[in-house]
Structure formats: structure tokens, C-alpha cells
Design a protein around this ligand. Structure first.
Ligand SMILES: Cc1ncc(COP(=O)(O)O)c(C=O)c1O
Length: 395
């Protein structure tokens, strides 16, 4: 009989020539289980999605409850659907008062698209400033603001009037002018290999945007919901964006994204012409109830407060001659090695020993460490032992 691995290679479009190939049958909390019942600690969280762990009972209950009511009813923005009404209300209650209007979409890249459109529409300007080594999604608009030419060159023409600055470099803020509609920046750069900016830089960036009437879009698709030690990463810097991008952990394991702005800004999408941005499935009822349950879990179970301490424990334990640096904020971390060859070997050895670890789109020489926030001290010690053993093996 043809195996699922063969079918996967044959029938499912591939994104690379070297997929991971783990065949997971079940997931629970921090752990993934394969067909043979072998368990794996998930140190990647499905790429910053499973902040509360896999299949949290309160998320499952919320989904079950909604299954008895309705699935899809109509396009976004027409019927009053309580799942997305209550989810938006909760999100707004934990955000600064300026961010009081939520547009739900289906994914991160759609949140990026919506935000870029909103900024152009609201300001009447066309200029966009983004950062080198950024990642905001894979659709054409998001690709246009991606700071890596290798991924873009084959897809041109892309959006015009986009310029790039070096993340964290104050001199480059000069690129932001009164012709700039928006600056789009990851609060902590993820795919660049976890680059944490200084508070001084972020405050100057905010000030420059305010001074020029430019909207500041902070992409927290990877960094929000406790990952950096605060519910939202911008809280680390004492600033508030004009538009906030959310996805990944937003849905507690279900697909959903959002761009959040002030009601007055968001209002431009509804007239002249109407339907300035539309989506069929945005804020799907199942995703919305799952997302609301997940946010409640993060708050009720106090998952954010211990994040920095857990991150510190990782750093304390991850000491090895091959490790150049352990970078990051909270549980959004990376282990910097010297080569992709080392990264690949360590990842394979870790997987064989029951720990899933990965690398980054724009930084293949560093290992990604971003476990669910529920990881315990004991589990951190076990995970680090496995990583150190793998590093010993290739040394
Ligand atoms: C910072 C950031 N923005 C946007 C995206 C795109 O999200 P999605 O894959 O849901 O389109 C990602 C995905 O990795 C991301 O890390």
C-alpha cells in the first residue's frame, strides 16, 4: 500500500525539497505524538501558534459549543455574529484605548494586506517603509514589504513606492517622510533570527511616524499573546501602534488573523466606495470562539508572567562551545550557531530524541526555540539536555 509519506509527496504541493516529514497523529499540551506513540516536545509551537499548548480543553469546549449553533453564515461584516462580537470586545479590553476597532481576517498575510490598504486609504499617500529581513506574509502585498530580495525577484512587479530601512538603525528613520503612508515593522523580528530592538529605537520610530503623519503598523503576528513576556510585545517599549497585526496564536490553534486600529481610522473602509476590504470567512465563528477561549486561558491561567523567567532558564542552561549566542525576548528565542549544516544536524538529532526544533526563513544558522508558554521548568531542563547532547554529538 502506498504510504502517507509517498502520497504527501505526490499529491500535496510542496514548499521545499526537504520537508520535515514527521507524521504526527495526535497533539496535547506541549507534546506531539507520532503513529508509533513516540512523543515529541514541541519547541516551535507550530510556528508561534500554540502559545497555550495543543488542544487546550477550554478551546475544545468552546469549539464544541459553537458546533451546535452554526458554522459559516455569511461574509464578514453583515450579520451580527456573537463569536466575533465577543472576541473583538475581549481583545479591545486588553489593548490600549486607541486600538478599539478589530477587522478579522483569516491569516497573518491577510492582516498585512488589510493594514497596508487601510494606511494608504486613510492617509491618501502611497509610500511604504519596511525593514530589511522582515517577513509579513506571502501574498503579493506582503511580499512587497518583505526585506529579502531572494524571495521577491521572481515575482515582480510588486507594489511600487516601498523603501527599506535597517531594523534598529536610527539614521534610517529619515526614510519616513510626509509622503509615507505607513511604516510596517515587526515589534520583534522573527524570521530574521529573533532581533529585539531597543526601547529608544522603538520610541524614536513612533515619534517619527507621529511627526510625519505616518501610520505605524506593528506586526505582532509572531510576537503577541505573551511570547515576549508581555501580552503584546509593544508593551515592552511604552509605545502604541496605529495598526496592530495579529494572527497565529490569536486563534488558539484555529486559523484567524486581525488588524486592529482606531475606529476613526478603520472607518474609511466602509464608504466611498463601500466594501473597501472584504472577506468571506474572516472571523469564522469557530475560530472566533477558539480565539476568545485561548485569550481567556492566557489571562486566567496567568501564562504571561512567568515567561521571562522561563526564557532566562533556557539561556542559563544553553551554554556550549558551539553556541555563539542565545537571543530573544521571553520565549521567542534562538540559538545562534555557525552554519546551516550544524543547524540541520542538531534539528535531526533533537527530533530523534523527541524534541522538535527548527530554524528561520532569513537566518538558517540559528535554531528556533519558541515553546508553548505552558512549558514547565522540568521540561525546559529536559529539552536543553537534548539540545546540548545533539551539539556534543556534532562537535
Ligand atoms: C511576523 C509575521 N508576519 C506575518 C506572517 C504571515 O502569517 P500567515 O502565515 O498566517 O499568513 C508570519 C508568518 O510566519 C509572521 O511570522
Amino acid at each position: 500500500m502506498i504510504s502517507h509519506k509517498e502520497l504527501f509527496l505526490l499529491n500535496n504541493a510542496q514548499t521545499s525539497t526537504s520537508p520535515n516529514f514527521l507524521e504526527i497523529e495526535r497533539a496535547e499540551g506541549l507534546y506531539l505524538y507520532d503513529k508509533e506513540g513516540k512523543s515529541y516536545m514541541d519547541l516551535v509551537s507550530g510556528f508561534a501558534v500554540s502559545n497555550i499548548g495543543h488542544r487546550h480543553p477550554r478551546v475544545l469546549d468552546a469549539i464544541m459549543g459553537q458546533l451546535d449553533k452554526y458554522l459559516h453564515l455569511t461574509v464578514y461584516g453583515e450579520f451580527v455574529q456573537s463569536p466575533m462580537v465577543l472576541f473583538a470586545q475581549k481583545l479591545i479590553s486588553v489593548l490600549p484605548e486607541e486600538l478599539n476597532n478589530v477587522y478579522f481576517v483569516n491569516s497573518g498575510t491577510e492582516a498585512t494586506e488589510g493594514a497596508l490598504k487601510l494606511a494608504k486609504r486613510y492617509t491618501g499617500r502611497t509610500g511604504i517603509v519596511a525593514c530589511y529581513n522582515s517577513y509579513h506574509g506571502s501574498t503579493h502585498g506582503a511580499l512587497s514589504v518583505m526585506g529579502n530580495e531572494d524571495y521577491k525577484q521572481k515575482y515582480r512587479p510588486l507594489l511600487p513606492d516601498v523603501s527599506f530601512m535597517h531594523f534598529g538603525l536610527e539614521e534610517d528613520l529619515e526614510l519616513i517622510t510626509t509622503s509615507t503612508a505607513c511604516v510596517i515593522v515587526e515589534t520583534v523580528q522573527g524570521e530574521a533570527g529573533i532581533r529585539v530592538p531597543s526601547a529608544a529605537y522603538m520610541q524614536k520610530l513612533r515619534a517619527k511616524c507621529t511627526e510625519t503623519g505616518t501610520l505605524l503598523i506593528l506586526d505582532e503576528i509572531q510576537a503577541a499573546f505573551g511570547r515576549t513576556g508581555k501580552l503584546f510585545a509593544f508593551e515592552n517599549y511604552g509605545i502604541v501602534p496605529d495598526i496592530l497585526l495579529l494572527a497565529k496564536a490569536l486563534g488558539g490553534g484555529m486559523p484567524i488573523g486581525a488588524f486592529v486600529a482606531n475606529r476613526e481610522v478603520m472607518g474609511v473602509l466602509k464608504e466611498n466606495p463601500i466594501l473597501g476590504h472584504i472577506t468571506t470567512f474572516g472571523g469564522h465563528p469557530i475560530s472566533s470562539v477558539a480565539g476568545l477561549a485561548s485569550l481567556n486561558v492566557i489571562i486566567d491561567e496567568n501564562l504571561v508572567e512567568p515567561v521571562n523567567e522561563k526564557g532566562r532558564l533556557f539561556r542559563e542552561l544553553l551554554v556550549h562551545p558551539l553556541i555563539r549566542e542565545v537571543r530573544g525576548a521571553g520565549l521567542m528565542m534562538c540559538i545562534q550557531l555557525d552554519s546551516f549544516e550544524q543547524v540541520e544536524k542538531v534539528s535531526k538529532l533533537c527530533a530523534a530524541d523527541g524534541v522538535v526544533i527548527d530554524w528561520f526563513l532569513h537566518c538558517e544558522t540559528a535554531l528556533r526555540v519558541a515553546p508553548p508558554l505552558i512549558i514547565t521548568e522540568e521540561e525546559i531542563r529536559i529539552a536543553c539536555k537534548v539540545i546540548l547532547k545533539a551539539l556534543d554529538a556534532i562537535n
